[in-house]
Design a protein. Structure first.
Length: 256
């Protein structure tokens, strides 16, 4: 029996948002689409993250490691892959919450439109939004030590943002993820550089807990000004003709 041929898939160029480096990737195949669909149905965030990471590794031929690159690189790549593999348009339904004026003769009671409008999103227009002032990636801990930061990966960013955006901030949870942003520690007096990847989570956590409050606050500022994968548009309600601004973010939205 003859062996069935493997159908070659075309490749397309993309630019990594973090470094502006160009690379070539292929659309995801049926096996990878199935992996993403199963992940979307899962109630376990870790499984969803690992599925996305595996698809990115496969489609970049391991040129991109989601455990290393910034989370927004991974998110951007998966949106580009979805656009090329399934289609560049997704449709979302929005309910208009604009207040309606009372009709003549009716009581003056507050009512809302509630009309549903379907909005088309062009995935090729989804981009990484960088803040006007990029977060400072170096923290001067003392005249002797400088801490160099890196962007979090897709494995830790959700927990990191959830902890820092809670009210009050969940410092214990935040500490578990914040060490993912530690890259290097420079000892300028003794000319020694420490690489945090060589140390355990416990060792990095102990280092974090021994920082001064002002240094810790700079880490919080870094996390709260991270770049995001977003899409912004407007739509007009078909019923009441009121315009609405939409700002979308998060992989679950763009994977449709």
């Amino acid at each position: 029996m003859k062996q069935l041929p493997v159908i070659e898939s075309y490749a397309f160029p993309v630019t990594l948002p973090s470094t502006k480096a160009s690379l070539t990737i292929r659309p995801f195949l049926v096996k990878e689409e199935k992996l993403l669909l199963l992940a979307q149905e899962s109630n376990y965030p870790k499984e969803q993250v690992e599925a996305v990471a595996q698809v990115v590794r496969n489609c970049t031929n391991n040129a991109v490691d989601p455990r290393v690159v910034p989370y927004f690189d991974t998110e951007y790549l998966i949106v580009q892959l979805r656009a090329r593999s399934v289609g560049d348009q997704i449709k979302l339904t929005y309910r208009c919450n604009a207040p309606l004026p009372s009709q003549e003769g009716e009581e003056d009671t507050a009512t809302t439109c509630n009309h549903k409008t379907t909005v088309s999103i062009n995935l090729f227009e989804v981009a990484v939004t960088f803040p006007d002032s990029l977060p400072e990636k170096t923290v001067e801990l003392s005249p002797q030590f400088t801490l160099y930061l890196r962007y979090p990966t897709i494995y830790t960013v959700d927990g990191l943002l959830t902890a820092v955006n809670s009210n009050p901030i969940q410092h214990d949870v935040l500490a578990q993820h914040l060490t993912d942003t530690f890259h290097l520690l420079e000892d300028k007096i003794n000319n020694i550089t420490y690489t945090f990847d060589e140390y355990s989570l416990e060792e990095k956590a102990a280092f974090l807990y021994n920082l001064r409050s002002e240094s810790y606050q700079k880490l919080i500022e870094f996390v709260t000004t991270l770049p995001t994968v977003t899409y912004t548009t407007t739509y007009t309600c078909e019923h009441c003709k009121v315009s609405h601004n939409i700002r979308l973010s998060g992989l679950a939205v763009f994977l449709g």
